[in-house]
Design a binder for this molecule. Sequence first.
Ligand code: ASP
Length: 368
Amino acid sequence: MNRRDFVRTTVGATLAASATRSLFAQAPTIMSNSIKPVVISSANGNKFKNGGEMTCVHKAWTMMTQGADVLDALIAGVNTVELDPLDTSVGYGGLPNADGVVQLDSCCMHGPKKRAGSVACIEGVRTPSLVAKAVMEHTDHHLIVGKGAQNFARSMGFKIEDDLNTDESRKIWLEWKRRTDPEHYLDPEQRTAAGNKVMMEMVAEGLIDRQHIYGTINCDGINSKGEICGVTTTSGLAWKIPGRVGDSPILGAGLYVDGQAGAAGSTGRGEANLYGLCSFLIVENMRRGMHPKDAGMDACRRIKGNTVEKRLLNSRGEPNFGVNFYMLNAKGEYAGVSMYAGASFAVCTEAGPQTVPCEPLLQGKPED
Ligand code: ASP
């Protein structure tokens, strides 16, 4: 399937794509101001182009600096990742739940308008970020889930598909099923242990990208007028219990934006972030004057402090999982931080799109 076929799959994506094309026809105009426009995201925001010419952060930055609304630009950016079958952590082709069904979560926040929208456990729509935006724009609500979210999307003109698996995501799920359920289910504890063991084997064999066990895109931007927005979209934890919702669509967890203070978003173990509502914590820290990097480190420390269950600790007594935060403040300063070294994030400024290392709280590997 070529890029045009992907883009044609949703009403919203088609509109976004044509808006993008007409914007790209004009020469970039960067308004002079003390704030330098910047877009940041998780690392996949500078990786997947879906057959196009620009990665997510590059596209969002280009649209934003040509005058598009910041949130429209960020969502057009993440749409390229949602529609890309090669990113198995977001949208179409995202790794499915334990029943083999792709269930997606997303939220968005608009700083200047002080509005937000989100959807969770939505099936059959490739671009949940556009449905989250429709919740924000067309309803009095902030979160719609499951079948209700799908019905809402249908009523808004989104195409509903029977199955968002690609051949690749279905093949990987079938392999997981074959390994974990040779004779239907084992007892629940054994089944969890078997599931984790198989997941790690499949990572070691290169069948699953480690980043995509948990995997998401968060993308945040500020334009030269100081307008700040953010969006997060995900297929969530691979092989999750059907109906499980992580941090991604929850305001304050997977994303938080305050037009005066800044934006923060997260990828990684959603349960850890959800427990502390860390994106909210980070934005509040930045409001009190903390630099984005220090604000993010504070969130990593909070998560480390809250992680006390033995099953979540490694042999050093530290969290046995990864979690990353991406944040920018109202001055356009930004940072990416992670629980462990090795993670990176994407950024686009006047210098173009780049992938840079996150600042880690801890050394070593999560599982050691
Ligand atoms: N945080 C997402 C979730 O828990 C997954 C991820 O970002 O890797 O659903």
